[in-house]
Ligand binder design. Structure first.
Ligand SMILES: O=C(CO)COP(=O)(O)O
Ligand SMILES: O=C[C@H](O)COP(=O)(O)O
Ligand SMILES: [Zn+2]
Ligand SMILES: [Zn+2]
Length: 283
């Protein structure tokens, strides 16, 4: 069933577990996510970035995810990942998205508040939930020092003011994770997470969670993370499965046969993450 992001994440917050938010850009990734969630009897969030929307076409990807979500036996939300363009946010609202992230982290605080608040005012009457980002979650390839990374982390008091002024439903925070493939082991600022959760008590979102060791994920969930974003781990599962399939079957040219192996590999990763996040059996 297709539901709002808030419906899924409020329950996760009350129950002390996290829900996986997996990025899709096509049919096979969407099938892998939904099939794994159904087998695990878990709620799930399927998210589409602006570049994925550009790749697939907004109506195509909406039709794929919304149809699959409506037919699913578990709650599914369709979420815009890192929306930075007001017009794209409006297009998603018109095309049936049930959750929106407005990422205004590149703006000064007041400007981020103003744009986010405007989006909340439009989305909420439509039953659509809103995620915002405070602090900056960069990429692993951003060449910044540890001190610089620290300076981009979410300030707990600022987070309180931000949520009060915008009315967002969940907040993405920067506590040391980054998008993409980690070079070393990521160091998470758990004290900062604990402080933010104790002040806000709302669902907290962790971006850049691919490649973060299981014990850190489990600790982050215990301290109040309720939405965990995974993209890179699925891309890598797709990549290695399709390469080995084609190595072993060099004469295969049927796309359906070629894509079956990576779809299965991604499904296994999604199921394993769902169990790690504690949302198995929570549908
Ligand atoms: O945060 C993400 C999407 O918003 C995904 O992060 P990863 O690159 O670690 O998978
Ligand atoms: O946060 C970034 C996500 O992994 C989406 O990446 P993308 O913009 O390449 O689709
Ligand atoms: Zn961001
Ligand atoms: Zn992200």
């Amino acid at each position: 069933m297709l539901v709002s992001g808030k419906e899924i994440l409020q329950k996760a917050n009350e129950g002390g577990y996290a829900v996986g938010a997996f990025n899709t850009s096509n049919l096979e990734i969407t099938q892998a996510i939904i099939e794994a969630a159904e087998e695990e009897k878990a709620p799930v969030i399927i998210q589409v970035s602006m570049s994925a929307i550009k790749y697939a076409g907004i109506e195509n990807i909406a039709a794929i995810v919304i149809t699959a979500a409506k037919n699913a036996s578990v709650p599914v939300a369709l979420h815009l990942d890192h929306g930075t363009d007001f017009n794209v946010v409006m297009q998603c609202l018109r095309n049936g998205w049930t959750s929106i992230m407005f990422d205004g982290s590149k703006y000064p605080f007041e400007e981020n508040v103003a744009i986010t608040k405007n989006i909340v005012n439009i989305a909420h009457p439509m039953g659509v939930s809103v995620e915002a980002e405070l602090g900056k979650i960069g990429g692993t390839e951003d060449h910044i020092t540890v001190d610089e990374r620290e300076a981009t982390m979410t300030d707990p008091d600022e987070a309180v003011r931000f949520v009060e002024q915008t009315g967002v439903d969940y907040l993405a925070i920067a506590i040391g994770t980054a998008h993409g493939v980690y070079k070393g082991e990521p160091k998470l600022d758990f004290d900062r997470l604990q402080k933010i959760k104790s002040l806000l008590k709302m669902p907290i979102v962790l971006h850049g969670a691919s490649g973060v060791p299981e014990e850190s994920i489990v600790k982050a969930v215990k301290l109040g993370v309720n939405k965990i974003n995974i993209d890179t781990d699925l891309r890598q599962a797709f990549d290695s499965a399709i390469r080995s399939y084609l190595n072993e079957n060099p004469n295969q040219y049927d796309p359906r046969k070629i894509l079956a192996a990576p779809r299965e590999a991604m499904k296994k990763v999604v199921a394993q993450k769902i169990r790690m996040f504690g949302s198995s059996g929570k549908a």
